[in-house]
Design a protein around this ligand. Structure first.
Ligand code: FPP
Length: 264
């Protein structure tokens, strides 16, 4: 009897979710969502499990949220999977995190291909282990022709490092007289970042109750709407993503200007 009741309840929740999804699709969707996936360690600790168990569960959330974002009609999903500062973590945890792309893509790549997802990566590739790069490059290669959701992993990514690299490239162009100092514009810097082929995020989500950017897309987030939740990343689900999107759709984006009736 209880099982029947649970099934009935699940069905009700799913109908509710479908309705919310359809309603969200009627309004302007954020084209690019960026997520700081935080709280894996705390999720594991609450269950007396090692931190890596939290990362493993977090990997399953990545799959769930990727497919759902694609289904909703989001164009780009950027996920902060490993920062340039995360090397400071215990060796065993770093090694586990570096194995996750392999496991994730080894398990889910066929489904991502079937769902028309394009896998990409931004970050400093040089320091990544060969096996991590191999898995990601293979996925990038095999999904390059797809035109559905762009799943952009930030791996060994740090925004300050990204900006420094861009500035160095521009300085070199000036030194080699390819451009003049006067030609340095916001657009030029934007076009020298790792996100040059992507739109700027419309919505940033950070899970686990932390309210900071942690060196993530500092330039690109200048006019992004932020949404924070106490939910830990492994517990983040479709309903949470819809809640963030619904909140975004209520915002009044003015980009520093005024809108319509506010002008007078
Ligand atoms: C931060 O939580 C999370 C990370 C540093 C790693 C995020 C990685 C994943 C969610 C999996 C990525 C999956 C793929 C396929 C690359 P934390 O460990 O700092 O949590 P805490 O603040 O609770 O300790």
């Amino acid at each position: 009897m209880f099982n029947k009741l649970i099934r009935k309840n699940e069905k009700k929740i799913n109908i509710h979710l479908d309705e919310r999804k359809e309603n969200a699709q009627k309004e302007q969707l954020p084209s690019h969502i960026a997520i700081i996936m935080d709280g894996n360690g705390r999720w594991a600790k609450k269950r007396s499990l090692p931190r890596i168990a939290g990362h493993h569960e977090g990997m399953k959330t990545v799959k769930k949220i990727t497919l759902f974002a694609n289904e909703v009609g989001i164009d780009t999903l950027t996920l902060y999977a490993f920062s340039t500062e995360n090397w400071k973590r215990p060796k065993m945890e770093v090694e586990f995190l570096m194995r996750l792309p392999e496991e994730f893509l080894g398990t889910y790549l066929p489904e991502l291909i079937e769902q028309n997802v394009q896998v990409r990566m931004m970050g400093n590739h040089d320091m990544l282990p060969e096996h991590t790069k191999r898995a990601i490059y293979k996925a990038m290669d095999e999904t390059a022709q797809n035109d559905g959701l762009i799943l952009n992993f930030a791996m060994n990514y740090g925004s300050r490092d990204e900006i420094v690299q861009a500035v160095k490239r521009i300085a070199k162009q000036i030194e080699q007289k390819e451009i003049l100092e006067d030609e340095i514009t916001e657009e030029l810097l934007t076009n020298n970042l790792m996100t040059k082929d992507l739109s700027e995020p419309d919505l940033l989500i950070r899970t686990s109750g932390e309210v900071r950017l942690s060196n993530f897309m500092l330039w690109q987030l200048a006019y992004t709407e932020f949404w924070f939740t106490d939910t830990l990343w492994p517990d983040f689900d479709e309903a949470c993503l819809l809640e963030a999107i619904e909140s975004y759709q209520k915002r009044n984006r003015r980009y520093g200007g005024l809108k319509g009736e506010e002008v007078n």
